[in-house]
Design a protein around this ligand. Sequence first.
Ligand code: HPA
Ligand code: ZN
Length: 333
Amino acid sequence: MQNHDELIAKLPKTELHLHIEGTLEPEMMFDKARKHGIKLNHGTVESLRAAYDFANLQAFLDLYYAGADVLRDEADFYDLTWAYLLRAKADNVVHAEIFFDPQTHSARGIALSDVVNGIVGALTDGEQHLGITWRLIPNFLRHLSEADAMATLTELQQFMQHFHGFGLDSSEVGHPPSKFSRVFAKVRALGLPVVAHAGEEGPPSYIIEALDDLKVTRIDHGIRAIEDAGLTARLAREQIPLTVCPLSNVRLRAVTSLEAHPLKRLLTAGCSVSINSDDPAYFGGYVGENYRQTAKALQLTPEELKTLAAMSIRGSWLSDAAKAKHLADIAAA
Ligand code: HPA
Ligand code: ZN
């Protein structure tokens, strides 16, 4: 088997599915805990990392929300985002569309202005100094109520100039997209596109609901579409981007192994698929590592790798001119 690491390193990459809270590395978690006088449940970086053995999505979310508690002020959100951008730069990421979870922070009494200003400050510096363009996407937590999401949307209106769309994440099963029909209608009425996590652990019907009810323009994960031939054909026909996160899917046991991952089958079926890192500090690798391990496990060809990188650019919210430039760089890689 040929080694494609050199090509992967060269490919200009876009991240369309990245939770900034999921880039909180244990070292920074301990730093911030020390700064704020917080006692963590784990004594060392090693024992914390050893706890990253998840039975399912919920087991991960419990730890992920607990970890986010060390993020308390604007500087923390800046540092978190800046550290991510440095890692992204090392992977030749040229554009990042980043999620954050406002309710995770507002529920702890953190001012949303600190969250937004910290993240946007680092993203702005990253664009200037690292050349990484960006979009910012607040996600609603689907385990919370529709009313809570609606109140959060109202609170976020003052920062709307920084947001490019809205999304939906957290515990999937039992919280179908339709729970948030009215919230998403309101976002769309404000003129912003919407996306949603669907078909990660939840059934293919959640993907259909996200499309028909929430009118999303992209599906985050979407891997369980492979169980429904009609849906797979529709996703291919409509070229709905699926922001796939292979290492996340293995770590959260949405798939039994990387070798069994449906990414290549979705690609072969004509779907628009991209490779993303989701919560890289928790799942064992940033976007480059997702490319490398997936290429090896699924024996992806150089052409397929270039196609994946190109689909990621096409699925982004970049301007047509910016897309054309990156697509030309991918063709030349
Ligand atoms: N799924 C749902 N919610 C999340 C995830 C995910 O993979 N990562 C962070 N929040
Ligand atoms: Zn996610």
